[in-house]
Write a protein that binds this ligand. Structure first.
Ligand SMILES: [Mg+2]
Length: 458
């Protein structure tokens, strides 16, 4: 049995922890350079603000509806994430971090009533970090994801469910355990949930499924697997099997989380040396960088984590993480490795048996349009130039860089992943002359002493 723990409106919730006056108000968090809305409070969703909607399109709501917009503060979100993750990890022997605000917990063999455990987990995370979470339990990861979706929907929009399901929905709000439902109840909930809400069923696939008459999750569960495999892919087939309760989603074919790209691994043997971790982290960063370029995006921040194993009970435990915002969004392997390694150096402590590590790219956006990426008006962070000279012509350099990255991708495609790699990109980048626009960024309350929250007597 898996649980999926997910923070509600993560970025907005992190901001509200330190600014309770934002509770109940419509709030959005803006992407790098304050361009688009990448997180919305429920109130902002109710105003009709869409995910990734450009800020200029909704800016008028500041005046007319009291909308509050904040610049993304990934250093804060990353730190809050690691606090939430380490609390969640205490509740089950195995945790798999899936995104900055979601993790799977494997409840196999864990005694006790799961809904009660889920509520305790939720209560503890809320009390210790201030972050509201939803918890979904299911026999497979896809079902746990779906249960989590139901836990959220039942809390936020109880009216979404038909009258005969309202009492049930109330019971499933915040913490939803599919394992406790009768077959009839589970079918009713699946009937009331759109097929596009299933993990890994994207907008295009759900539109095609709708055309074929498959509108709800229940329709999909009852569909003919062989037909859908032919029409779609083996991923859709696996999804159906998972929805029927057969685990078949491997970590590697699990759908990528929205707005982030992650690579993580558990080690066969404990790793203690920084140099070994740097090598692993560099490989992770190269992999996520390649996937980033494949989807034509750039990343604004790099989040890394390392952790010891809770199984090794005699080991001292250490599970730190850090998020490093980039001065300029980038898809350059060297820039991303450098950032990941710098973040790693800041959290590594000697003397621990590390069992797991991961790198995650966050704050993703589409590569700026233009003839050559990187040729915008802003300078590109250059690792190999300790003192960036923004007045120098950048055209050639940015162009060469892009060529280099596509050459790297081509070689690795032809000769196998890792055939060509950045040997060691640990040299520190100099201070950038160009810091991205973040006019509305809140203080980094938890990671910078000079920005710590101040208590005032009333
Ligand atoms: Mg979330």
């Amino acid at each position: 049995m898996f649980a999926l723990v997910d923070v509600n409106n993560m970025y907005v919730s992190c901001e509200r922890v330190f600014r309770p006056a934002l509770n109940g108000r419509p709030v959005v968090v803006l992407s790098n350079n304050d361009g688009a809305c990448i997180a919305r409070s429920n109130e902002a969703k109710d105003l009709g603000v869409r995910m990734a909607q450009p800020w200029f399109e909704v800016r008028h709501l500041e005046r007319t509806a009291g909308l509050v917009a904040l610049s993304a503060n990934f250093e804060l979100y990353g730190d809050m994430s690691s606090r939430m993750m380490s609390l969640a990890a205490e509740f089950a022997p195995r945790q798999e971090i899936y995104s900055i605000d979601e993790c799977f917990l494997d409840f196999e063999g864990v005694p006790g009533e799961r809904s009660a455990i889920g509520r305790e987990l939720r209560r503890k995370v809320l009390q210790w970090t201030g972050l509201p979470t939803s918890v979904g339990f299911g026999a497979t990861k896809t079902l746990a994801k779906l249960a989590n979706h139901v836990a959220k929907t039942a809390e936020r929009k109880p009216g979404h469910y038909p009258p005969e399901l309202r009492a049930l929905a109330q019971r499933l709000a915040q913490v939803c355990d599919f394992g406790r439902l009768t077959a009839g109840e589970l079918e009713a909930v699946m009937q009331a949930t759109e097929v596009g809400d299933v993990w890994g069923i994207g907008r295009k696939t759900s539109a095609r499924l709708n055309e074929g008459g498959i509108r709800t999750v229940l329709d999909l569960v009852r569909a003919d697997v062989a037909t859908l495999r032919r029409q779609f892919s083996v991923v859709v087939e696996k999804t159906i099997r998972e929805l029927r309760g057969t685990p078949c989603m491997d970590v590697n074919d699990a759908p990528e989380a929205n707005q982030q790209i992650m690579c993580s691994r558990s080690f066969g043997a404990p790793v203690t040396e920084l140099s070994d971790l740097i090598e692993v982290m560099s490989q992770f960063a190269s992999q996520v960088a390649r996937r980033l370029r494949e989807q034509g995006s750039v990343a604004g921040a790099v989040h890394v984590f390392i952790s010891t194993s809770p199984y090794r009970r005699n080991d001292r435990q250490h599970a730190p993480s850090a998020t490093l915002p980039l001065p300029q969004p980038s898809a350059d392997t060297r820039v991303l490795i450098s950032a990941a390694v710098r973040a790693l150096r800041s959290i590594y402590r000697p003397g621990f048996n590390y069992a797991k590590a991961g790198a995650m790219l966050v704050d993703l956006h589409a590569q700026a349009p233009g003839p050559e990426p990187g040729q915008g008006s802003q300078a590109t962070l250059d690792l190999f130039e300790p003192d960036p000279q923004p007045q120098a012509p950048l055209r050639g350099r940015a162009g060469e860089r892009t060529d280099l990255m596509s050459a790297l991708d081509t070689l690795n495609e032809r000769f196998g992943r890792g055939a060509v790699a950045v040997a060691s990109a640990t040299r520190r980048a100099g201070p950038s002359a160009h810091v991205s626009r973040q006019e509305r960024r809140s203080p980094r309350y938890t990671t910078r002493l000079e920005e710590i929250a101040k208590a005032r007597a009333a």
